[in-house]
Design a protein around this ligand. Structure first.
Ligand code: 13P
Length: 252
């Protein structure tokens, strides 16, 4: 049996004014108590809410993550935020390579790899996202897509550095659509990702790796997904925006 402690992360995406941030975190504090918590919990609000979130999560089990980072430390990159800045706001994690960044902001594996290296060099842990579109799944190339994304994004990442990486498998067709991958479908891809890591690093590295599932995770399907042998947590979008829903997943 594995010793991996499951991690549930809430990706708020572009949601959460300061008052919404305060309401949500205060609600979560009421519902999720550290003494009974079996899973780790990460909240990823927008940049503008990070400092408030840091204040509100003091003394709670909740860790903080950001949703994006630039690969340079500073300079003339209008609109971007550096890993150093994120560290200062109390972030311990950053989501990199989300399919929305890949699709709407044209991020490719080479760029994602630069961001991953920068985050690791700044002692941020990374939630690195991979996943196929519906068209790719229907063509039967899910594994090829996931392999290309994983290899490209982890280029020149050492086995030691890999300990600071979580991989989130998020099939694009399941994001925000209400269509969840079945537990078996998800587990199969997770097992494949673990085999890739075993081949390119070591069986021990693969055994340690946390692989989250993301895509329409809800309180009523989380239990089944999280009971699968290769699913070590969830990256939650829509259902992370209501305290009841997110607590239901964390405690599922
Ligand atoms: P939903 O949970 O809204 O499908 O979003 C998943 C996701 O993209 C998390 O990063």
């Amino acid at each position: 049996m594995t010793q991996r402690k499951q991690i549930i992360a809430g990706n708020w995406k572009m949601n959460g004014t300061l008052s919404e941030t305060a309401n949500l975190i205060n609600g979560l504090k009421q519902k999720i108590k550290s003494d009974t918590l079996r899973r780790n919990v990460i909240l990823c609000p927008p940049f503008t809410s990070l400092i408030l979130a840091r204040e509100l999560t003091k003394g709670t089990p909740f860790k903080l993550g950001a949703q994006n980072v630039h690969f340079e430390g500073k300079g003339a990159f209008t609109g971007e935020v550096s890993a150093e800045m994120l560290k200062e706001t109390g972030c311990e994690y950053v989501i990199i390579g989300h399919s929305e960044r890949r699709a709407y902001f044209h991020e490719d594996d080479a760029l994602i790899n630069k961001k991953v290296k920068k985050a690791l060099g700044t002692e941020l842990q990374v939630i690195m996202c991979v996943g196929e579109t519906l068209e790719q799944r229907e063509k039967g190339i899910t594994n090829d897509v996931v392999r290309t994304q994983t290899d490209g994004s982890l280029h020149n990442v050492s086995e030691k550095e890999l300990e600071k990486i979580i991989i989130a498998y998020e099939p694009v067709w399941a994001i925000g659509t209400g269509k969840t991958a079945t537990p078996d479908q998800a587990n199969e891809v997770h097992e494949y990702i673990r085999s890739l890591i075993s081949d390119s690093y070591s069986p021990a590295a693969a055994e340690r790796l946390i692989i989250q599932y993301g895509g329409s995770v809800k309180a009523d399907n989380a239990g089944e997904l999280l009971s699968m042998s290769h699913i070590d947590g969830a990256l939650v979008g829509g259902s992370s925006l209501k305290a009841d829903d997110f607590a239901g997943i964390v405690l599922a």
